[in-house]
Design a binder for this molecule. Structure first.
Ligand SMILES: NC(=O)c1ccc[n+]([C@@H]2O[C@H](COP(=O)([O-])OP(=O)(O)OC[C@H]3O[C@@H](n4cnc5c(N)ncnc54)[C@H](O)[C@@H]3O)[C@@H](O)[C@H]2O)c1
Length: 268
């Protein structure tokens, strides 16, 4: 390990179980010397296994529904208290579509579910940043990352309303990133990750098909959750200080492919 995050304090949202991208990130951040609090929605803390991660990484767990500004205010206050100062890094690793969960097709959405999913998956990122910004809780040269997916730019039919939520999320990163950069020297980016076998990923219809397809298309194959954790560590480190307002494609090259030999052979 390189001690890339020694002396840095953070908040990591979204570790549900050991497959979660946030879980792997917490483990890697810990190995690189960063300290942090873990947060998740109260129901996910009850259902998941975040306690074990807290023990392993020496992190306290603070419940917060990421759609509740009051919960987020409490979380940020407590995090600064526990960690002994302002925050250097934040991972937003939160996503959920109620329409996907209930099996509603994209062309047959229940708009109450659409709104809820948008609030959880996209607007919560604005809420997290607005709370941090208003409380002046971020240190200069801090780094904020949210996780996105390629369906924000290209059509993946079964990704459903999450595609729209990710497009909105990426836009928030740019819009808020401008003010965070100008006023507080904090960078804001999204990482657009390969399909990954997690609870949220596997909830998407046809997941097995598109994870295998992406793997055959990408010259390097799919990026794993640990690969994503490593990339996020680099985005939290001082080695990437001037990278901001970007949607960073972390997908083994998938996004720039037209077709691969392997996929072509399946049609010949
Ligand atoms: N798995 C993939 O294929 C993939 C690909 C690209 C991007 N992503 C994104 O990565 C992020 C993490 O997902 P994951 O794949 O690790 O799955 P995951 O299911 O392990 O994580 C999703 C997390 O969102 C949390 N969450 C849901 N509602 C919440 C709320 N109201 N408040 C706070 N937290 C809430 C869940 O408790 C869970 O911990 C998501 O943004 C997801 O869209 C996933």
């Amino acid at each position: 390990m390189y001690n890339l995050l020694k002396g840095k304090r953070g908040i990591i949202f979204g570790a549900l179980d050991e497959n979660s991208i946030a879980w792997k990130t917490a483990e890697r951040v810990h190995e690189e010397g960063g300290v942090f609090v873990l947060s998740n929605a109260p129901a996910s803390i009850r259902m998941g296994s975040i306690d074990a991660l807290g023990k392993k990484t020496g992190a306290q767990i603070i419940a917060a529904d990421a759609t509740s500004v009051a919960d987020l205010e409490n979380l940020v206050d407590q995090a600064m208290d526990i960690l002994g100062g302002k925050i250097d890094f934040v991972l937003h690793s939160i996503g959920m579509s109620i329409n996907v969960r209930k099996g509603n097709h994209y062309t047959n959405q229940n708009y109450e579910y659409t709104e809820k999913g948008w609030n959880i998956s996209a607007v919560s990122f604005h809420k997290v940043m607005q709370v941090l910004y208003k409380k002046d809780a971020m240190n200069e040269w801090g780094s904020i990352v949210a996780l996105s997916y390629m369906a924000a730019q290209r059509v993946f039919p079964d990704y459903n309303d999450m595609a729209d939520n990710k497009a909105y999320l990426e836009s928030i990163a740019r819009s808020f990133g401008y003010f965070f950069g100008r006023d507080k020297k904090v960078r804001v980016n999204t990482i657009s990750q390969s399909p990954t076998a997690t609870k949220a990923g596997q909830g998407v219809k046809g997941f097995d098909g598109f994870i295998a397809f992406a793997d055959k298309m990408a010259p390097l194959g799919n990026a794993s959750a640990v690969d994503c954790a490593n990339y996020t560590v680099s985005m939290f480190s001082d080695l990437t200080k001037m990278v901001t307002l970007q949607n960073l494609l972390h997908d083994g090259g998938f996004s720039n492919m037209g077709v691969s030999q392997e996929v072509m052979e399946m049609f010949e």
